[in-house]
Design a protein around this ligand. Structure first.
Ligand code: ZN
Length: 237
């Protein structure tokens, strides 16, 4: 068994997959895939089956760390973590949870940009499984279709509830907006704090990460500036 493990380590190193290169990739928060890297068999198991397996594995993690799982306070933790992973913080992996975005004909012929500001973002860094918390601002210029405002929040939330990197989250939201609103003209800005930067590694509590994705007319400087001015506008409501 030991020999086999050593062989695996050697093989991984030859393939550039050493722990060191894993750490480097994680610290740089580089994504290797455009879409969320899911296996073809990702949904062969039911949610309940996944929860049972995760519960077992998480018990092992806690036991390995020397925790006493017979303690009343800890005994339910593996189940709670499994339920939280499958039904809450990673529920956006499951296409069954994708929000149904109903569009309406743009009867008012509103042709200006529509902005939804300060949408709460709760996501999880896929390199460290620690929270990413922030705000998203999304905008679009309607073509023939408009959408119920809460759907914009739901789109952000769906893609946030996955193991993520912020860049991919930003682009997935932009892709979805373009597709469901049938317009090229979308903008997504996300500003977030990464707990893997706050609570470990560099331990910086003040820095935030800003990502932007401008498509269609939002690539034009004047339109982009207009959007950015609205973002800076503070209106007391
Ligand atoms: Zn991280």
């Amino acid at each position: 068994m030991k020999v086999k493990n050593l062989d695996n380590i050697k093989e991984n190193e030859l393939n550039g997959n050493s722990h060191e290169s894993h750490e480097e990739l994680g610290e740089s928060h580089l994504a290797t895939a455009k879409g969320t890297p899911l296996r073809a068999d990702a949904f062969d198991l039911s949610n309940d089956e996944k929860m049972t397996i995760i519960e077992g594995h998480f018990s092992k993690i806690m036991e390995t760390m020397g925790l006493d799982l017979t303690d009343d306070s800890l005994s339910g933790t593996p189940y709670r973590v499994a339920k939280m992973f499958v039904r809450e913080i990673f529920s956006g992996l499951d296409p069954a949870n994708k929000p149904v975005v109903k569009t309406f004909n743009n009867q008012f012929e509103y042709g200006q940009m529509l902005i939804e500001k300060d949408i709460s973002v709760f996501s999880t860094c896929e390199h460290h499984f620690l929270p990413i918390v922030g705000k998203a601002h999304v905008a679009y210029i309607p073509s023939g279709k408009v959408v119920g405002l809460s759907k914009l929040n739901r789109i952000v939330d769906y893609y946030a509830r996955r193991p993520q990197v912020q860049e991919r989250l930003t682009m997935q939201i932009a892709n979805e907006l373009q597709e469901s609103l049938d317009t090229e003209d979308v903008a997504v800005v996300i500003e977030a704090k990464h707990f893997c930067v706050i609570s470990r590694g560099i331990e910086d509590t003040s820095s935030t990460t800003l990502t932007t994705e401008y498509r269609g007319q939002f690539k034009q400087e004047a339109i982009r500036k207009e959007f950015q001015e609205y973002l800076n506008m503070k209106i007391e409501i």
